[in-house]
Design a protein around this ligand. Sequence first.
Ligand SMILES: [Zn+2]
Length: 441
Amino acid sequence: MKTIIGLEIHVQLRTESKLFCNCKTNYLKAQTNENTCVVCTAHPGSKPYFINEKAIKNAVKIAAALNCEINEEIIMQRKHYFYPDLPNGFQRTSKPLGVNGTLEGVTIREVHVEEDPGRYDLKTGKTDYNRCGIPLIEIVTEPEIKDSEHAKKFLEELQLILAYLEVSREEPGSSRVDANLSIEGHPRIEVKNINSFKGVYTALEYEERRQKKLIQENTPYGQETRHFDEEKGTTTSMRKKETLEDYRYSPDPDVPPIAIEKNTEIPELPKPKRERMEKQYALTKEDAETITSEKKMADAFEKIAGHSNAKELAKLFKGILKKQLNYRGIKYQEKLTPEIEWIAKNLEQNKITEKSAEAILIEAIDGGKSAENYAKEQNLLGVETNIQGLIEKTIKENPKAVEDYKKGEEKALNYLIGKIMKETKGKADKKTILKTLEEKI
Ligand SMILES: [Zn+2]
């Protein structure tokens, strides 16, 4: 039984203001209905402002990164429907600005821009219009996704591309997906409003199982729209779909067509970057994947690798750096680059141990002390700085062992060396200790 999946992905574009007015977009921090004006709450007679150019620029970048053919102009239409989250009675949505793209072996049918609706609370009957009018991009795929794993891979790569482009919002709820799944020869089921990319995988897994079971049991079912319950990881029926909804699309007379500036600069995207870095620095596929999982991290790696052993550096990034970032659930911060450079250099020259390297990195992340200052303060740097004093102290504190050694007991010397090694937490060089001890006794 062949599975067919198509996705419609809505992502909020990163802009300061809404698509057709100057209201702010920071709706997660704002009081209810704080970010509203006559335009985004559709007061009679109000007209939209000139379209937010930053939103269009961001959308064009996304379309270009998804290998779409970019259209000449952006044409706004009204998509009519009646629901309290939409005071206009229609949503402004553009004709495709990009078509025929591709990602992870899936054709991107189209990319267009539209307004986010407000938020209607079914329980209280109240509506918050802070979100109403925030620019969204909608990415529509052809039904070419093979299974939930493929969908996951597609969305992960998309998420990475969006992060590299720095054009979309990343707060919870800023991406929403409608997923349709059918088993070949059987009705198409649409799951609406999945609020995270992670949820898509769960919803698709569930739907695939559910539909296959119905088919195996010979239970007939029709085309319908279902709702995803994120907590339970299940879907429930919302409405039976008899006919296509009629949105009565019409051109918006308030928004003239706008020419699209096609020349857009996009940075090296994750996939080509992975492939190039793998070759250039002789990295494994996994190392390259980890290092390019964030653009800033990849930039830092390349900056340091210019004068460092790339293989060792990759080990440092994939090992303690990624571990400490994951542990804190944080992203790479540029302030870490000089600290990591210092750590890499001193690790390479055997001046610090791996354990010390981790302690220094933790301090750099949490404490904000420079790697060098912290290492000096904690005596984590090589033996040269403090070994003399430590040996003198050990001799003074262990007169019996010193006497025994003088009498010819080799074991006593090992005892003293052991003590010093322990004090230096294993970072001192044994030969240096032995030499200095012999000189001093
Ligand atoms: Zn407004």
